[in-house]
Design a protein around this ligand. Structure first.
Ligand code: BJ8
Length: 426
């Protein structure tokens, strides 16, 4: 890191010793997994920098924004509309939850058989190691899966600024009305937090900013259809992860810059892996920073990842928000329409998701799909069986993996992944 940020972290009430240990592991993991890759696009240098300053410069920027009276809102789910936060003059940051921390302490509050993502969110709070969490003026929890829903009841006793958003579970007209009502309630809460009234102009502008971020990722995704793949899945995943906490305009510009470079690579028939390398689509639970285990295993086993059907990926970003509305109500309706299309496995039935997986597998020329389920995540693990059946019927090989954030199963996973890659290479 370029500066001594210890006083800043201390001012946030963080545990410096534990935080140093976390950064040590994160830095080592990043070097071993990311910097060890060959032939990366030069534009990834920006993301390397972002990662090297993930708890430094970006936090300093957020604290500077706070000094200017801007509020920071932390979120754990792609159902929390960034458009509304931005329109109210707040900054939205994703709270990662991609690594185990303070597990013993966490298991005093949560059952052992809780998914790693939820445990991680508790661990970062209990261990006082996440400066994003500690900088947030409001933390939004959402009633999605049962695990999260119940965990937030306990989490409410650990932070004094938790806002819980209710979400529908069925894609019916009643479900749509519930989502819209919840977004109206969130809009009021943001206005109260920031002291700013959301206007047609501010909401339109915010929609434009968030759409531009998503459009840049669409451009990146489209370029990954090329063979040889111009960028690794690991690097593309990183861009999707940084989407959640970088400055929006800077992020858009940086992704577009990489896309310019990738277009040149494609013209020159250059790739990160040789042409005809087996192509994998990953589908399932979100992979938050620094959860890079499975992509790393796949891409060091002779395959390339060409797409992510995930909230940290295409499920989270594929739809844009219509911005032609002329009134607040029309724009709020458009926001609701946009988010209502997110096909998270908490919805029942959830046919759209399996259709989208098939669509992605075809569009990206995937030779096979690896379904990634976090252990104890009922919604995604349950869905993985019909998803596998559907894919197999269509002749698309699929492998289901259940894992957690630990490294104990790396050897076993690698063996299974290698066998799958061999199978789809024939
Ligand atoms: S919209 S996927 S970000 S809820 S892995 S905590 S589902 S038990 S993360 Fe998610 Fe929003 Fe849905 Fe996306 Fe529960 Fe499963 Fe754990 Fe999960």
């Amino acid at each position: 890191m370029s500066e001594d940020y210890a006083p800043m972290w201390e001012s946030l009430g963080m545990d410096l010793q534990a935080h140093d240990a976390l950064l040590g592991v994160l830095g080592q993991g990043y070097r071993d997994i990311y910097l060890a890759q060959k032939n990366r696009p030069e534009g990834m240098g920006y993301f390397d920098f972002v990662m090297s300053e993930v708890h430094g410069l970006r936090i300093k920027e957020l604290l500077d924004e706070k000094k200017q009276n801007r509020k920071i809102i932390g979120s754990y789910c792609v159902f929390v509309p960034e458009e509304i936060a931005l329109a109210g003059g707040a900054t939205l940051v994703g709270l990662c939850s991609g690594a185990d921390f303070a597990v013993e302490e966490v298991e005093k509050h949560l059952p052992r058989n809780t998914c790693s993502l939820i445990k991680s969110s508790f661990g970062f709070k209990l261990g006082r190691v996440c400066p994003y969490l500690e900088s947030a003026d409001m933390i939004v929890g959402e009633n999605t899966c049962d695990g999260k829903k119940k965990a937030y009841e306990t989490f409410a006793g650990m932070v004094d600024n938790l806002y819980v958003m209710d979400l529908p579970q069925v894609k019916s007209s009643q479900g749509h009305s519930l989502l819209k009502a919840e977004y109206e309630r969130f809009k009021t809460a943001v206005e109260k937090l920031t002291g700013n009234k959301i206007t047609v102009e501010s909401l339109k502008e915010a929609i434009k900013v968030v759409n531009a971020k998503r459009a840049a990722l669409h451009r990146l995704a489209t370029l990954r259809k090329a063979d040889p793949a111009p960028i690794s899945g690991l690097d593309a995943l990183l861009a999707n992860q940084v989407f959640f906490y970088d400055n929006p305009a800077r992020f858009t510009e940086s992704v577009n810059k990489i896309c310019d470079e990738l277009e040149m690579r494609i013209k020159e028939n250059q790739g990160v892996f040789p042409s005809k390398t087996p192509r994998i689509l990953i589908s399932g639970c979100p992979m938050a920073v620094p959860n890079w285990k499975l992509p790393w295993i796949i891409e060091t086993s002779g395959a390339v990842i060409v797409g992510e059907e995930s909230c940290v990926g295409e499920r989270g970003t594929r739809n844009l928000t219509e911005d032609s509305g002329q009134s607040l109500d029309e724009l709020m309706e458009a926001i609701t329409d946009r988010y209502f299309k997110v096909d998270c496995a908490i919805f029942t039935p959830n046919q759209d998701r399996s259709d989208h997986i098939v669509e992605m597998a075809k569009a990206y020329g995937a030779d096979g799909v690896i379904h990634y389920g976090l252990q104890f995540c009922q919604p995604y693990i349950m869905e993985s069986i019909p998803v596998e059946n559907k894919l197999e019927k269509l002749g698309i090989p699929c492998m289901r993996i259940e894992t957690d954030y630990g490294m104990e199963d790396v050897g076993q996973l690698k063996t299974r992944v290698e066998a799958f890659i061999e199978q789809i290479s024939d």
